[in-house]
Design a protein around this ligand. Structure first.
Ligand code: GDP
Length: 219
């Protein structure tokens, strides 16, 4: 069985994505309440996923920084939305992780409320990357989030993480299952990205895809 291929991009799109993510990337702020969302005009992409899915690692791999997401996502502050500004061209919003087994119901509700209001209040939000651990595939809590995104009519895209952790055949199966699952979700982008933050697989392609959503010039 051959390894699943990431979506393909023209070399100039890959290069534009590389340049965007190689440029300045500044931590803007972390917000717990929606009164404090940064008021910006620039295109925004949000990252969501179950706790431990590899979200911080992916943001660090994309921006080629070792501690960007982690340092601003310290224990006790993990229910925040953290914003990073890529040179005035793209805002990255790191949403709090969800679906952690031991989290009490009240916190799940708080997460849902926070993220739902965030989704409704961000006109510049171009896409949500929903991260799925390729070892586990789509879980019930992921489906719940997809339904939430469908209902909010927010375009989203699945990014499989930790591709280096499983065998090629299992990865291909996970990709096929995920693609089949997506057919029932109206707001889902059909391309699924397969990534490994550890090995760098699929990172250039994801940069390219996100680069296509960025402002052409800094705002
Ligand atoms: P978060 O809670 O979603 O932000 O997840 P982290 O980025 O902190 O990652 C959770 C764990 O998975 C850490 O131990 C990471 O080192 C590990 N991890 C994340 N991405 C990868 C990957 O691509 N490959 C491997 N092998 N491990 C990864």
């Amino acid at each position: 069985m051959t390894a699943p291929r990431p979506p393909e991009f023209e070399p100039e799109i890959i290069e534009a994505g590389r340049l965007l993510f190689a440029g300045p990337c500044d931590f803007v702020l972390g917000v717990v309440g929606l009164d404090h969302l940064p008021d910006t005009d620039i295109a925004e992409v949000a990252f969501a996923g179950r706790s431990n899915v590899g979200k911080s690692s992916l943001i660090n791999a994309l921006t080629n920084r070792k501690t960007l997401a982690r340092t601003s996502n310290m224990p006790g502050r993990t229910r925040e939305i953290n914003f990073f500004n890529l040179g005035g061209r793209l805002m990255l919003a790191d949403l709090p992780g969800f679906g952690y087994a031991k989290v009490p119901k009240a916190m799940v509700e708080k997460w849902t409320r926070l993220v739902n209001s965030y989704l409704k209040g961000r006109p510049n939000l171009r896409r949500v990357c929903l991260l799925i651990d390729s070892r586990h595939g789509v879980k019930e809590s992921d489906t719940a989030v997809m339904k939430m995104l469908d209902a909010a009519a927010v375009s989203y895209q699945i990014v499989l993480t930790k591709a280096d952790k499983i065998k090629v055949a299992e990865l291909a199966q996970c990709l096929a299952d995920t693609q089949a699952h997506l057919r029932t979700h109206t707001a889902a982008h059909p391309d699924v990205h397969v990534t490994s933050s550890e090995k760098g697989e699929g990172i250039a392609e994801l940069r390219a895809a996100l680069g296509e959503l960025a402002e052409r010039k800094p705002v």
